[in-house]
Write a protein that binds this ligand. Structure first.
Ligand SMILES: [Zn+2]
Length: 130
């Protein structure tokens, strides 16, 4: 056990991005196995090799940047799914649209006629029919 600890000392190890890569490699491998698509198996091995390279790498600054980028992207994806869930839940009572100035998603009540909407993020005002 000491030999493994000594070997892993100063290396990146299993971070969030490593776990995602390993899980994605497993899923790709299983799909390729059952669908008989060899390119997916090859992709799974490449992804696993990349994950292992990252886990064993001693360039902690670069691996930390990659992990932070992955976490930021994951947060964007989770936020998008959360927004879709809210849109579906409020589909009968509220309208969703983007602010023409800053692009922030806004929610206003439905069936109010023409209303002046003020963006909460940038303060831009514009008219919309709901
Ligand atoms: Zn705005």
């Amino acid at each position: 056990m000491d030999r493994l600890q000594n070997f892993m000392a100063g290396r990146n190890g299993a971070d969030h991005f490593f776990r995602f890569q390993a899980a994605a490699a497993l899923v790709l491998y299983l799909i390729g196995l059952f669908a008989h698509v060899r390119i997916l198996n090859l992709l799974a091995w490449v992804l696993l090799a990349w994950a292992l390279f990252r886990a064993l790498s001693k360039n902690l600054a670069a691996r930390s940047r990659e992990n932070a980028l992955y976490l930021a992207r994951r947060e964007q994806v989770l936020r998008w799914f959360s927004l879709q869930k809210c849109r579906w839940r409020d589909r009968k009572t509220h309208c969703y649209f983007s602010c023409p100035k800053c692009g922030k998603t806004l929610r206003v009540p439905k069936n109010q006629g023409r209303i002046v909407v003020t963006c909460a993020a940038c303060g831009w005002q514009f008219e919309r029919r709901t």
